[in-house]
Design a protein around this ligand. Structure first.
Ligand code: NAP
Length: 241
């Protein structure tokens, strides 16, 4: 486990231009959680989350640095004579981290950053793909450090914010460009949810077309209303420059 040194929290301000990709499944009343877990079981939505957060699409500027994938199948680039494994980061709050079943965490092929005020929380964690950060700024500073230090052997490509409530809120109200990949779920028990996605400010966010959503997703997305186990859902995109 990597512990974010507090000195990293003040490195430069490039991290304020990092695009934050929020990914969320929310009911019609913005409900996202119930009793510490997801309110519904939607396998295809979970597959969308996994594919979105795992897939690495290098920006044009980095494509020339790509070398053969590593033995785990991850994209690799060569920078300044050092090879780096390219991963997306998933930033999450402590409750969301704890809600991931032990056998699935850390989320594989992704760099997991857990926000918590408890310095001891991840003390026993041995995976090099898990870090703790005090807040969102600290997490972004840590990502800058990971990318600029050849010794880390890791390059973070996309930065996903995967919940819960306060982490989404901090990201939405940050100075950073934000993309919200929302799956809107029509859930008949929406009033039983106890955690909610923050209201999307209408003055700063634009609800984009499906074509714009498709252009920003590195795989084919199904358009319109979809159904699984009598639950209707739809993939949407909201952006803030
Ligand atoms: N539907 C979805 O897409 C979705 C996505 C994610 C989560 N969920 C659900 O939402 C629920 C969990 O969300 P939640 O809102 O209760 O909790 P959470 O945001 O996952 O975790 C809250 C904790 O994270 C830390 N934290 C949060 N924001 C922080 C910030 N800005 N800076 C520093 N630390 C911060 C604090 O930890 P400390 O107390 O340790 O300081 C806080 O108590 C679960 O039911 C989960 O299943 C649903």
């Amino acid at each position: 486990m990597t512990v974010v040194a507090s000195s990293l929290a003040s490195t430069g301000n490039d991290s304020s231009r990092q695009v934050l990709k929020l990914i969320v499944a929310a009911a019609q009343n913005n409900g996202i959680g119930r009793k510490g877990t997801l309110p519904w079981t939607l396998k295809s939505e979970m597959a969308y989350f996994t594919k979105m957060t795992r897939t690495v699409r290098l920006p044009a500027a980095l494509r020339g640095l790509q070398v053969a994938n590593d033995s785990g199948g991850d994209v690799c680039i060569s920078m300044d004579g050092t090879e780096k494994r390219v991963l997306n980061a998933c930033i999450m709050g402590r409750h969301s981290w704890e809600s991931i079943p032990l056998r699935y965490r850390p989320l594989n092929h992704r760099y997991n950053i857990v926000l918590t005020s408890n310095p001891g929380l991840l003390a026993g964690e041995t995976s090099p793909l898990v870090a703790r950060a005090a807040d969102l700024r600290d997490a972004l500073s840590h990502i800058e450090h990971i990318n600029s230090d050849p010794a880390t052997g890791i390059f973070i490509n996309d930065v996903f914010v995967i919940g819960g409530h306060a982490v989404y809120k901090a990201a939405m109200h940050s100075p950073n460009p934000v993309e919200i990949f929302m799956t809107r779920v029509q859930f008949s028990e929406a009033d039983t949810c106890d955690v909610f996605f923050p209201e999307i400010p209408k003055d700063s966010f634009t609800h984009q077309s499906f074509a714009e959503l498709q252009a920003r997703v590195p795989f084919k997305v199904q358009e319109g209303k979809l159904t699984e186990d009598n639950l209707e859902y739809e993939h949407q995109l909201f952006t803030k420059p």
